[in-house]
Design a protein. Structure first.
Length: 337
């Protein structure tokens, strides 16, 4: 009789540092604490640890957080997440780890996935884990972070960056985008979308940080690009020209492009590609359509074009993506029978 493989949830360990932001500390627990398999078993096991023995950890609010695990918990992690802290001391000022923090990080096993939320990225950078790699942080901190760590390729415009085994996110709520992305990467869009619905947040936010940088308040009578985006989403399978999108708002192409980037943080072309990649992912997971059919329905035209875009966005081919996530769905269906 064939034995069922032993079930073990993916362990996420959240590192709580003094001066932490309670909101950011709660994000991983909220997002990773939701996903379940077909039997109702949690797909993730989330624990919080300190760099010291169990005890209270200061926050930036008028209360402390009681943390039940010491740094040894980092050795059990499949993923380690470092939220922001306002008391990083020499990590923030000089880009170097304290001895206590360095000793804690030494518990992390090679191959563990690492992620940061907002200025938690300073910890990964000071540990030398981002040298020569792309990273992001809160837009207001990006210039300072780049000066302190010149060997890191800082992108201040995006909500998060996935560089394989190391992921970084922009400020505060971008931690939600990052964690949903990791769930999507691990278990597909259906699981991530379900978590987003339960959390009452969009499963995928358009654009990047540029849309949140302070600018003068626009005239309330000023046109936006909202209608053009809704129009485009309804016909992703068709060729869409920039001039056609601009025409939906009765704008010149130049004005529309500028307004679009201000509102979403990306160009219309980049936005269209993002939406088509998401449509392709959904179709690959949820239908039996051929790769050629999916490419046409997602608006890529040809399988080769879709393959190139998925490889660039996800690091996998359409066939490999479908094989991974359809296999999970078939296993779940078999368990329900």
């Amino acid at each position: 009789m064939r034995r069922e493989p032993e079930f073990r949830p993916h362990r996420v360990v959240v590192l709580a540092l003094d001066g932490l932001l309670p909101f950011e500390l709660g994000i991983p627990h909220r997002i990773f604490g939701r996903p379940r398999d077909a039997r109702g078993r949690p797909l993730y096991d989330v624990v919080t640890c300190s760099i010291r023995p169990p005890g209270p950890v200061r926050t930036d609010a008028d209360f402390a957080v009681q943390v039940e695990h010491g740094p040894e918990a980092l050795a059990t992690a499949d993923t380690v997440i470092v939220p922001a802290s306002y008391e990083l001391g020499p990590v923030f000022e000089e880009g170097v780890l304290t001895g206590e923090l360095a000793a804690a990080l030494d518990h992390i096993r090679p191959g563990t996935r690492l992620a940061s939320i907002c200025t938690g990225v300073y910890v990964l950078a000071a540990a030398g884990l981002l040298d020569g790699r792309p990273a992001t942080t809160h837009w207001a901190d990006a210039d300072r972070f780049q000066r302190l760590f010149p060997h890191i390729q800082v992108d201040p415009d995006v909500l998060f960056i996935d560089d394989g085994d190391v992921l970084t996110s922009a400020g505060v709520a971008a931690g939600i985008d990052l964690c949903l992305h990791m769930v999507r990467r691990d278990h597909g869009t259906a699981v991530a979308n379900d978590v987003a619905r339960r959390t009452v947040v969009p499963p995928h936010r358009d654009g990047g940080q540029a849309q949140y940088i302070h600018r003068p308040v626009p005239d309330p009578q000023q046109a936006t690009t909202t209608s053009a985006r809704a129009w485009a989403l309804g016909r992703l399978h068709e060729p869409i020209q920039l001039r056609d999108m601009a025409a939906q708002e009765s704008m010149s192409v130049r004005t529309f492009t500028r307004r679009f980037r201000e509102e979403t943080g990306v160009s219309p072309g980049q936005w269209l590609t993002q939406q088509r990649v998401e449509r392709a992912r959904h179709l690959l997971e949820s239908t039996d359509r051929s790769v050629e059919q999916v490419a046409r329905e997602a608006g890529f035209g040809t399988a080769q074009s879709m393959r190139q875009h998925l490889q660039a966005a996800l690091g996998v081919t359409p066939t490999a993506y479908r094989r991974t996530f359809r296999a999970e769905k078939e296993t779940a269906a078999a368990l329900r029978r």
